[in-house]
Design a protein around this ligand. Structure first.
Ligand code: GDP
Length: 542
């Protein structure tokens, strides 16, 4: 359009379609009177390798047990709560995974002030700990290391410190600047010290916000609940969120009908850094979106509907563009394959985590194509949608198809896989991808022989008189001739003889005569390496 405009002498101005409805930026730009600012409680995220005690620690801090009901021991969705220490509040957030945490941050929703990395002192730094370190470092937040399970006899604090120091997290007492605190989620040891440390870090951060402002909150979890409608779990970032507030939340809007605090009690409002669930939105907002209170109901509605329309248009244009790109890619490479999937989950956090993981497991040859993903049960329309894409499977997480939908899926030949553990889902998809990948040829070495003599048979070729020095030489197998360490020939063994007779194979220590397919330039002292080719399916790295 710009080029065309220039041709016709018409000025083209590029305008962001969301410019008028960028409610988050507008919120920030609004003048605020700093005199009404107060210190707000810190928001702390706990991350760590699976089984290192993240959930137990969160539970111990809160002194309620939820770990028992957790499927597979993995924290499936974000939970959050506020505790008090020395009269000061701290809000804790449990993440469904560090990938989801970073995804949220990428979307600009930085909810965390301080990060705690849990490392089991009997197990030390694990691959996921390393990942967490990079995510935490990237966030720029202060990091505290909680060395958990110090009650265990096998706990080795120095090992943890040394391993962490290697990853650039040097303990204070070793001259670094990272606080390491030994804790036990079992006995409660060290937890007071941990909380005190959080408060010290918070003080340094000078976290301030205005309790009198219109509310701004981050959605850390969302779901559709029977009888309650869309539910959003939020952390208030500024202002106070009250019942009756007109709210906009990306493409959704509404009026706050009810608020439940972190203990499940109905409350009238949520203050700075406080967390709870909000009822009243017209639809399920995406995790990581920002909720802002508006002056009027109309304002909230207009912004959300415009944003929703824009999102829909973008989605539509994206789908044609992507498929075109894919088409050209397919033509160019002639081998791109994809696994179309529809993902349905119970809550938004899991959806983001699953989508993030699935996008990552693609390699050059195969990839997952997410046709549709949403929070909620598997519906008839999902089956219809799956039927429209060849080979599409439906992945349900903590959701199950009911009778008639199950029957329809069966009738339409649509595969529905349901899971309660994220890792199982990911593994299954990886396997599915492996199954789809074209077979690769793997080589297996069978043996080695040394050329001791050569004989020229007229009209036939040169025979290499060999001694098998390793493994065995197999007729019909492949061979490489190595001369002075360099491969001079790769091809097939055309004839293998023991004395005058054809042999199927000749083992280590025996002499034999070998001829090669269309190759006669054999010299005494050459090495012959023999191998066979095995076809096998590729699997995506787990
Ligand atoms: P998460 O996967 O990081 O959330 O880990 P969990 O909180 O589920 O804990 C994993 C296992 O370690 C559970 O069996 C806990 O009982 C155990 N555990 C957690 N913290 C401690 C601790 O401080 N001491 C001991 N002895 N066991 C712990």
């Amino acid at each position: 359009l710009e080029i065309l405009g220039e041709e016709f002498g018409i000025e083209v101005t590029v305008r962001d379609a969301l410019e008028d409805v960028n409610y988050v930026d507008d919120y920030l730009e609004e003048d605020s009177d700093e005199s009404t600012f107060v210190t707000r409680p810190p928001v702390v995220t706990i991350m760590g390798h699976v089984d290192h005690g993240k959930t137990s620690l969160l539970d111990k801090i809160r002194s309620t047990k939820v770990a028992k009901g957790e499927a597979g021991g993995i924290t499936q969705h974000i939970s959050s709560y506020t505790v008090e220490k020395n009269g000061q509040k701290i809000t804790f957030v449990d993440t469904p995974g560090h990938a989801a945490f970073s995804a949220m941050r990428t979307r600009g929703t930085a909810i965390t002030d301080i990060i705690i990395i849990v490392v089991a002192s009997d197990d030390g730094v694990k691959p996921q700990t390393e990942e967490v370190i990079s995510h935490a470092k990237a966030s720029g937040c202060p990091i505290i290391i909680a060395m958990n399970k110090i009650d265990k006899e096998t706990a080795n604090i120095d090992m943890v410190k040394a391993q962490m120091a290697e990853k650039g997290m040097t303990p204070m007492d070793w001259g670094g600047n990272t606080e390491f605190i030994g804790v036990s989620a079992k006995t409660g040891e060290g937890i007071e010290e941990l909380l005190e440390n959080i408060l010290i870090q918070a003080e340094l951060l000078e976290l301030k916000a205005d309790p009198h402002a219109k509310a701004k909150a981050a959605v850390i979890e969302s779901s559709l609940e029977k009888g309650r409608g869309p539910v959003a779990t939020v952390i208030v970032q500024n202002g106070t969120l009250r019942i009756g507030d007109n709210i906009v939340c990306d493409t959704t809007f509404g009026r706050v009908k009810a608020i439940t605090d972190d203990n499940g009690n109905a409350v009238k409002e949520l203050g700075l850094s406080e967390t709870g669930t909000v009822l009243g939105l017209n639809d399920v907002p995406i995790t990581g979106s920002v909720m802002v209170a508006m002056d009027t109901d109309k304002e909230a509605r207009d912004i959300a509907t415009t944003r929703a329309e824009h999102a829909r248009a973008k989605e539509l244009s994206k789908s044609t563009k992507v498929s075109l790109e894919e088409m050209s890619g397919l033509i160019a490479e002639g081998k791109i394959k994809q696994l179309p999937v529809i993902i349905k989950t119970d809550v938004g956090g899991s959806l983001e985590a699953i989508k993030g993981s699935l996008e990552k497991i693609a390699n050059d040859e195969v990839k997952v194509k997410i046709i549709h993903s949403a929070v909620g049960g598997i519906t008839e329309s999902d089956i219809v949608l799956a039927g429209a894409s060849e080979g599409c499977i439906i992945l349900g997480f903590n959701v199950r198809p009911t009778g008639s939908i199950k029957a329809k899926a069966k009738a339409d030949g649509i595969e529905i896989n349901t899971y309660t553990i994220i890792y199982d889902l990911i593994d299954d998809v990886k396997d599915a991808l492996s199954g789809m990948m074209s077979a690769v040829i793997r080589e297996e070495n069978t043996g080695q022989a040394e050329v001791r003599d050569t004989f020229v048979v007229p009209k036939v070729g040169t025979v290499a008189g060999c001694l098998v020095t390793d493994g065995k030489v197999i007729r019909g197998g492949h061979a490489r001739i190595i001369r002075d360490g360099i491969i001079t020939y790769t091809g097939k063994i055309s004839s293998l003889k023991r004395f005058k007779d054809d042999a199927k194979e000749v083992a280590n220590g025996y002499e034999c005569g070998i001829m090669f397919d269309r190759f006669n330039d054999i010299k005494v002292g050459d090495f012959i390496e023999t191998f066979i080719q095995i076809e096998e399916k590729v699997s995506v790295d787990k």
